[in-house]
Each structure stands twice: as C-alpha cells, then as structure tokens.
Design a protein around this ligand. Sequence first.
Ligand code: SF4
Ligand code: MG
Length: 278
Amino acid sequence: MATLKDLRGDQPTWCPGCGHFSIMAGIQKAIIQLGYDPHEVAIISGIGCSGKVSEYVRTNGFHTIHGRSLPVAQGVKMGNPALKVIASGGDGDGYGIGVGHFVHASRRNIDMTYIVMDNNIYGLTKGQTSPRSDHGFVTTTTKDGNKEYPVDPIATSVANGATFVAQGFAGDIKQMTEIIRRAIEHSGFSHVNIYSPCVTFNKVNTYDFYKERLTPIAAPFDDRDKALATIREYDGLVTGVIYEEKRDDFQRKLNVDFDMQSCVSGTMDDDLFRKIEK
Ligand code: SF4
Ligand code: MG
C-alpha cells in the first residue's frame, strides 16, 4: 500500500495555483485510498502542461505523444491486465488531436480510467484557443473571439458508450478524489473530465467562474438519454458521477483468462491475438 511519499515523483513546475496540482493530489489520494502499491498502477499521459503528471506521480508511467495517451494506455492494459491504468492529458490533447481515440475508447470499454484536465485553453504553448474554449473566447489565435463552439466532453462519452462518466472541479478536491476513486474501481472505460483553471493564461474560466456556476448532481443515471438531458439542461456545468452502467469490459468479452504468469512469460499473447482476430 502506497504512502504519499511513495507516490511523489519529480518536483512539479506548474504555475502556482494551477488546477493541475489538485488533480495530481486527487490521483495520489485515490491510489492511497484504494490500497495500491506504485508498481500496480500505470499513468499514461499526453502532451501539454497536464502531460507532466506521469512524471510527478511516481508509478509506472509513459509520457506519450500529442493526443495519443489513449491508444498507448489501452495497449498497456491489454498487455498487462493486472495493472490499474490511468490515461491523463489536457483538453487540447484529448478533445482536439486525440478526439478520435476518445470516441473509440468510449465505445470499446477497455477497463481503464481517462482523466482530462480541462482548462479551456492551450496552456503549455502560452494561451491559444482550444477545442474547449467558449464561443467568443479571445486569445492570440482568436483576436475577434472564437467563431467555433466547444466540444462537449461528457456528452460525447455518454453518447458514444462509455460505462462511467463523471465531472469534477479542481477547486473541490474532496469530491474530485471520490470521483477518481470510483472511476478507478469501475470495471470498464471510465471518463472523468475535471475543470482545472489555468491561472496564467485563462482569465475567464477561473476558480470563481466555476464556483458560481457548477451544480452537483446527486446520483448517477443508468439511462443515457436522462444523463444527456441533464448535461444539456446545465450546459455541461455539472459535477459528480453522471452516468454509470455495469457491462462486461472489452477483455471480459474476449473471455481472456488473465494469468499474470503467462503475461510475464509472453505465452498469452498468441491466444489473445487469435481471439481478437475472430
Ligand atoms: Fe497550469 Fe496554465 Fe501554468 Fe500550464 S500555463 S502550468 S495550465 S497555470
Ligand atoms: Mg488545456
């Protein structure tokens, strides 16, 4: 069982006050609460300020290329099903260049967790409009205001078959930790979008902005239409576990017998690929 000291990796270089600090702490606390050792967890990250999380939390880790944390994470889980796999990245990484992987991971339902640190902007590259920036949002790339409308992340994963969909806020670490813990415990693909203010470049979507607007949802729906209607009713500004369903995950559907010994020796691979090919 890990302690906070065990899970501390490199010293974070995020700007003071960045929401990503709380999310990193939420991931660490959830791992501790679930009683995992660092070697039992793998964090696979994308590119962006958020991508550093795989270096700042000391577990197995892989800092991948832009938008590709999900295919790598799914491969890690298929290769070593004993690992608890968490993919993490930002809104630009996951809902821009990686959005195709996000949709397919949602419908595929591999047993893993995807945490998106959503700050409605590209932070690492100094504040450009992202796929999550609001209509009218002004940045260096949209001087007259954003002409596009933002991707709706939790509606997208609900609509495309994810079996666990939740949303948190970096300003509420207690609720966020509980959500992350439940997402890791869930058997299947769990998507957690977390509003994570970029205090340096986004002066609109601030902690106060979200504190004034977010509405907690008491219980998860097991009906996709009701979940979607609620997300629309609140214009996406909800927190909590929005949708949860019990369904066999991808590996169980393949009836793969997960034997760590055969994983390690490599003897499982041929059987696994034969089943995938069928
Ligand atoms: Fe956080 Fe923004 Fe600083 Fe990046 S630029 S570390 S997202 S506050
Ligand atoms: Mg971002």
